[in-house]
Design a protein around this ligand. Structure first.
Ligand SMILES: [Zn+2]
Length: 427
């Protein structure tokens, strides 16, 4: 390098993204941070959730967008996103008004999402105008969904277009909502029967100390966890969901990328999901309303890597992949059979004002227990039709029925489970 070069020649352009001192979040509340009173009956009393990185305004732990917050950090680090960027919320308001419903103000009824999350631009307009960076955690829009299985149902005569719920093109008209997780830590602890301190400590330690405020800021009760949220698809009028006199067909479905998207035949996830959509459309056509609530909890919330490890362990064990060993193999790899913990799942139903599900398209006893335990009445339970169960998925469905899943017939016994066998890895 020549002596004439200016000292700054080799210095990269000043990052628009970051700079100056690193400010630890662990101490001192911002004097300008608005108060949060979780579960209050009105938005004004409850106060806005402020997950901005502007320290003096923050009143929660964590940041918005769940797991995608990490990508935002990458964008800032790469200089592609200004840290000062604020969302322009013009024309983004919900297509359908949802609530407010009585559950929004009932203590403990909703602890894992912000019921006011879709309407922050309206209910907190004053605070937004005064410079608080308040972001929606729920968005509600309209769509048409086109599924090959619904096309099959049309050709088979099980469904007919009505021009309202189901169009001649085979497209179903839906209202859909995306929901990000917003956890009220005292309420979440109560759901799981542990102390708030134990919950905070476990969250802090199991994330490798990612959020020091979990242990240093007991005054911050709300946490925006870096996890996936939920999407709801509504067939018919969204407002009808809250009317117990209108027939509601509903499925609560947990993400399974392998089956839902790629058609892998080792489980019943996509066939059950598309069957539920067919039931929802039929229900809406006869004057009811349909709902699919989809939770991003891949592989029983163990993640897809664990799931694929379990597949190998199942296929390679002595005696091959049999239904009697189905849960044991998961437990060997993951330490538990399931990490979905349905305790938080009913929150989205309460956000929608639901008090009665007439037809629950699910066989899961864990989902049923969580829904009814949260005070929602459930009428009929709809199991997956036998002809929709892939041969390879018998291991899963028989193991689940033996473990307590709802079944209209008899659950398979111990000896039968030993005989239910899946393919080998090279078959
Ligand atoms: Zn699956």
């Amino acid at each position: 390098m020549s002596a004439q070069a200016s000292p700054s020649a080799n210095v990269p352009p000043a990052a628009t993204s970051a700079g100056g001192h690193i400010r630890l979040t662990s101490h001192s509340a911002g004097a300008e941070a608005p108060a949060l009173s979780w579960g209050a009956a009105t938005a004004a009393e409850r106060g806005p959730v402020v997950g901005t990185i502007k320290r003096t305004h923050r009143n929660v732990i964590g940041t918005h967008s769940g797991a995608y917050g990490v990508y935002r950090a990458l964008a800032v680090a790469a200089g592609a996103l200004s840290r000062e960027h604020r969302a322009d919320l013009t024309d983004t308001s919900p297509t359908d008004l949802i609530g407010p419903y009585p559950q929004w103000g009932q203590p403990g009824a909703i602890v894992s999402l912000d019921p006011w999350g879709a309407v922050v631009a309206d209910v907190f307009a004053d605070q937004l105008a005064h410079g608080l960076d308040i972001r929606p955690t729920i968005a509600v829009t309209k769509a048409q969904v086109i599924l090959p299985e619904i096309g099959d149902a049309l050709r088979a005569g099980r469904l007919a277009p009505d021009g309202r719920v189901l169009l001649d093109t085979g497209a179903a008209q839906v209202t859909k909502a995306a929901v990000e997780p917003v956890w009220h830590l005292p309420g979440v602890a109560q759901r799981f029967g542990c102390s708030e301190n134990d919950l905070r400590r476990a969250l802090f330690e199991e994330t490798g100390g990612m959020y020091p405020e979990l242990v240093t800021r007991p005054d911050l009760e709300v946490f925006l966890p870096p996890i996936g949220g939920q999407t709801v698809y509504i067939f018919g009028a969204a407002g009808d969901l809250a009317d117990p006199s209108i027939e509601l067909t509903a499925r609560v479905h947990d993400e399974c990328n392998g089956s839902d998207v790629f058609g892998s035949d080792i489980c019943t996830c996509r066939p059950y999901l598309t069957h539920a959509i067919e039931e929802c459309i039929r229900g809406a056509q006869r004057g009811g309303v349909g709902l699919v609530a989809y939770s991003r909890k891949e592989g029983r919330a163990l993640g897809e890597v664990t799931k694929f490890l379990v597949y190998n362990a199942r296929k390679r064990q002595a005696g091959g992949d049999t239904a009697d060993q189905y849960f044991a193999r998961t437990e060997c790899v993951a330490g538990v059979q399931d990490m979905r913990f349905q305790e938080l799942m009913p929150d989205v139903l309460h956000w929608l004002g639901i008090t009665k599900i007439h037809r629950l398209v699910s066989m899961s006893n864990m989902k049923y227990d969580a829904i009814t335990g949260s005070g929602i009445e459930v009428g009929e339970r709809i199991s997956i039709p036998e002809e929709l169960i892939p041969a390879e998925a018998r291991v899963e469905i028989d193991a689940k029925m033996a473990a307590g899943y709802f079944t209209p017939g008899a659950a398979p016994g111990t000896e039968e489970l030993k005989k239910v066998r899946g393919r080998g890895l090279d078959e």
